[in-house]
Design a protein around this ligand. Structure first.
Ligand SMILES: *[C@@H]1O[C@H](CO)[C@@H](O)[C@H](O)[C@H]1NC(C)=O
Ligand SMILES: *[C@@H]1O[C@H](CO)[C@@H](O)[C@H](O)[C@H]1NC(C)=O
Ligand SMILES: *[C@@H]1O[C@H](CO)[C@@H](O)[C@H](O)[C@H]1NC(C)=O
Length: 468
């Protein structure tokens, strides 16, 4: 209505002031009522992931997460284990490492999609060893599908560029424990498995085998001696390598990092004499499960002041020293570093530090696993500055209810310096597929650097005069 009409209306109504105040009240009332609804919708959409789904299309991390979920769950299901009452030997002379050369062992998961990391896109000079996986044990032999056989042949071609590069076939993975129990149970089965390893060494020119059984004796069935049988397999492999040097091969084992699984699965001092080295899976220390519904660092280097008892053992420093304490030479301990992140959904987004209550996996990634490119996009799109936790030497980042623990150049610098300065055998990276293999993240202010995380590790190991 026009001003004129309006004044006529108010004159007619005869109650100028009250109609004004009624309108005002209505406006305020409507605002007061709709504002929370509006805010609620925005928050709810964010919580439901409508916003993130548009901004960060979820990538298929099938090849990474399939191998990891079992281990992450196993590490985070503590059972009754609270016994941490051992003390470390301080006299480590017997084991003091004489490292001429650090190893940089990189895991590579067979690509499952066209946009996955392809064999020919791997830098042949980035790592000293590539563990390609995962393959199964079927009928007491190594089993590769035709696709994987073809990919393995392609991968081995990297050795034509770098003759020093070692390529190992990784058997098992977190999803592939089935064939192991039947294979280790008696001498005949183990012998047939070792023969299949030799066949792969002959036919594919691989350099060795990485046994990634997660985990021996976890589900022993009717084999009371499964832990011992696994040790026997390693012993027989060592004997085989010594007897027929023509087809000699490296033997490594991907091993657990938590003390309860270590004591249940491995005869460490015996293993020490049979393996070339172990790959310590020093990650998944904190992961969302219904038993551990709180945030935490995927791969903390050290315990924090507040972490007591069992929680105080869930860090790389503890695990690496524990393996050494149990009898593994330092030079045979290859300390694992993740390139992937763990994501959580906060219960209350105002309570967003370490050990904050979480209600599930985050929306980034898949089942709580996310690759580094997703994290760097998440950070840059939201202009988030990560928080660097000095106790664990690890960053984490928060956006409303999304909480992520990840690695960056800074954390990997601390962790690799730790490996180097404490004279462990080297670093293991899990995995090339979750590093930024396309070079889309900013590193030192520019994009286009492929495998930025693994390169940080390599650079620091190379900075040591003693290394090759
Ligand atoms: C805890 O571990 C120590 C050292 O291995 C052992 O001597 C002790 O008996 C264990 N305690 C319990 C309650 O299992
Ligand atoms: C394993 O053995 C079973 C039974 O002898 C056979 O049916 C199957 O084809 C074998 N699998 C492989 C991969 O050799
Ligand atoms: C690292 O572990 C060793 C052995 O458990 C321990 O003595 C040392 O205090 C730990 N370092 C830190 C910084 O926690």
């Amino acid at each position: 209505m026009s001003v004129e009409e309006y004044s006529r209306y108010t004159l007619l109504s005869g109650s100028n002031s009250s109609s004004w105040s009624l309108d005002k009240r209505t406006v305020i009332l409507i605002s007061v009522l709709t504002f929370p609804v509006f805010m609620f919708c925005i928050t709810y959409m964010t919580l439901l992931g409508v916003y993130e789904k548009v901004v960060y299309p979820i990538r298929n991390l099938e090849e990474i997460r399939q191998q990891n979920v079992h281990r992450a769950l196993a590490y985070n299901t503590f059972g009754d284990e609270t016994n941490t009452s051992y003390s470390f030997y301080l006299n480590s002379k017997r084991y003091s490492a004489d490292i001429g050369e650090f190893k940089l062992v990189c895991y590579y998961n067979f690509p499952s999609r066209p946009d996955s990391l392809q064999t020919e896109d791997i830098d042949p000079f980035l790592c000293t060893h590539i563990n390609v996986g995962f393959v199964e044990v079927v009928n007491n032999s190594i089993f590769l599908s035709a696709d994987k056989q073809a990919l393995l042949k392609e991968l081995v071609k990297l050795k034509t560029f770098n003759a020093k590069l070692k390529i190992l076939l990784s058997v098992g993975g977190a999803g592939g424990a089935t064939g192991f129990s039947e294979m280790v149970i008696n001498h005949a089965n183990r012998k047939s498995f070792i023969q299949s390893v030799i066949n792969y060494v002959k036919d594919y020119h691989i350099d060795g085998i990485d046994l990634d059984w997660e985990f021996p004796n976890e589900d022993p069935g009717n084999d009371k001696y499964q832990k011992m049988h696994f040790t026997q397999l390693l012993e027989e492999m060592r004997t085989c390598v010594q007897r027929q040097p023509k087809y000699a091969f490296l033997v490594s084992v991907a091993v657990a990092a938590t003390s309860n699984i270590i004591s249940n699965s491995y005869d460490v001092s015996y293993m020490n004499s049979y393996v070339d080295y172990i790959n310590l899976m020093a990650y998944d220390y904190h992961y969302y499960t219904k038993y551990t519904p709180f945030t935490g660092i995927n791969s903390p280097l050290y315990a924090s002041e507040s972490e007591k008892y069992y929680l105080g053992t869930l860090n790389t420093n503890y695990s690496a020293n524990y393996w050494h304490f149990l009898g593994m030479d330092k030079s045979k301990i290859i300390v694992g570093l993740p390139t992937y992140a763990h994501t959580f959904t906060l219960t209350n987004f105002r309570n967003n530090g370490l050990y904050a209550p979480a209600s599930g996996f985050g929306k980034l990634g898949s089942l709580g696993f996310a690759g580094y490119p997703q994290i760097c996009q998440f950070l840059s799109t939201n202009q988030i500055s990560p928080i660097f936790d000095m106790e664990s030497k690890s960053p984490y980042a928060v956006k409303l209810s999304e909480w992520v623990s990840f690695e960056d150049a800074e954390s990997l610098t601390y962790k690799t310096e730790y490996i180097r300065d404490n004279k462990f055998g080297g670093a293991m990276v899990y995995c090339l597929n979750s590093d930024d293999y396309k070079g889309i993240c900013k590193a030192n202010g520019k994009t286009g650097i492929r495998f930025p995380l693994t390169n940080v590790v390599k650079q620091i190991l190379m900075d040591n005069d003693g290394s090759g």
